[in-house]
Design a protein around this ligand. Structure first.
Ligand SMILES: NC(=O)c1ccc[n+]([C@@H]2O[C@H](COP(=O)([O-])OP(=O)(O)OC[C@H]3O[C@@H](n4cnc5c(N)ncnc54)[C@H](OP(=O)(O)O)[C@@H]3O)[C@@H](O)[C@H]2O)c1
Length: 227
C-alpha cells in the first residue's frame, strides 16, 4: 500500500510554521510538525507532532515518532526557523540580542541541516524559509537582515557542496547524500501577523503553502523562489 513519506516542518509552533503545517496537511500530505514546545490542543490526523529539546536530538525524536505511528521517515524538510522583531539600531542594540539572533536565525539553520539531511534520500527537497529582510536593509531589524542575508548564502553553499547545483558541478569530498536545497523567500508580511506594522503588501498562508508545494513536488524547481 502507498505510504507517502511525510514532510518534516521545523519551527512548527511559529506563525508561518504552524500555518505551513496546516496547509500542507490540508493538501493531503502527511506532516511531521517539529517544535520545542508542546503541541497545540487541536488535533489533525494528518499531522504527527514531534516535540524535541534541541536540534541535535531532533533526528531521534523524528525516528521515534515515525516508529510509533507507522509513518516512513520524512521525504522532505521545511525549515521555518527565525522570525521577526524590530528594536534598537544595530550600534545601540544590546550585544546579547545580536548573539541571540545569530544563534536562532542562522546557526540553528546549519544545526538543523546537519541533523536532518542524513534522514533524507538523494534528490529529496530541503526548503528554508526566509523573509524580505534578507534582501532589503531595514532599520531596527539589523540582526535579522544580516542573518537573513547569511541564510541565503548558507543555502547556496549547502547546495553547491551537496553537488545539486548542476551549473557549478560537484566539489571534491561532497557528501554521499545530495539532497536539493531551496530557499523560499516570502517577500512580504504573512497576513494576520501583528508583528508587521502596516505592511504595504501581504502574502496569505495559502500563497506560501502553494509556493512550497511547487518546490517540494518539482525536482527541477529553481534554487531560490520568491512569493
Ligand atoms: N511572519 C511573517 O510575516 C513572515 C513574513 C515573511 C517571511 N517570514 C519567514 O518565515 C520564517 C518563520 O518566521 P515566523 O514569523 O513564523 O517566526 P516565529 O513565529 O518567530 O517562529 C519561528 C520559529 O523558529 C523556531 N526557532 C527559533 N529558534 C530556534 C532554534 N534555536 N532552534 C530551533 N528552532 C528555533 C521556533 O520553533 P519552535 O519554538 O516551534 O521550536 C519558532 O516557533 C522566517 O524565515 C521568516 O523570515 C515570516
Amino acid at each position: 500500500m502507498n505510504n507517502p513519506r511525510p514532510v518534516l516542518v521545523v519551527g512548527a509552533s511559529g506563525y508561518v510554521g504552524s500555518r505551513v503545517v496546516r496547509g500542507l496537511a490540508a493538501d493531503g500530505r502527511p506532516v511531521l510538525a517539529a517544535s520545542r514546545s508542546a503541541p497545540p490542543e487541536e488535533h489533525d490526523d494528518a499531522v504527527v507532532h514531534v516535540t524535541y529539546r534541541n536540534l541535535t536530538t531532533l533526528p531521534d525524536a523524528v525516528r521515534a515518532a515515525c516508529a510509533r505511528t507507522g509513518l516512513p521517515l520524512p521525504g522532505a524538510v521545511v525549515a521555518s526557523i527565525g522570525g521577526w522583531h524590530k528594536g534598537e539600531p544595530l550600534l545601540a542594540a544590546d550585544p546579547d540580542q545580536w548573539s541571540a539572533t545569530l544563534a536562532s536565525h542562522l546557526t540553528a539553520h546549519l544545526e538543523a541541516a546537519r541533523a536532518l539531511v542524513p534522514l533524507l534520500e538523494p534528490g529529496d527537497p530541503y526548503v528554508v524559509l526566509n523573509g524580505a529582510a534578507s534582501r532589503e536593509p531595514m532599520a531596527g531589524a539589523g540582526a535579522i537582515c544580516v542573518t537573513g542575508a547569511g541564510l541565503a548564502m548558507l543555502v547556496q553553499v549547502l547546495r553547491l557542496e551537496a553537488g545539486s547545483d548542476r551549473s557549478a558541478g560537484s566539489v571534491a569530498g561532497k557528501p554521499a547524500r545530495s539532497v536539493r536545497f531551496h530557499e523560499l523567500v516570502v517577500d512580504h508580511a504573512v497576513s494576520g501577523d501583528d508583528r508587521n506594522e502596516n505592511p504595504a503588501q501581504t502574502r496569505t498562508p495559502a500563497q506560501v503553502v502553494h509556493a512550497l508545494g511547487e518546490l517540494l513536488d518539482h525536482a527541477d524547481a529553481p534554487t531560490v523562489v520568491h512569493v
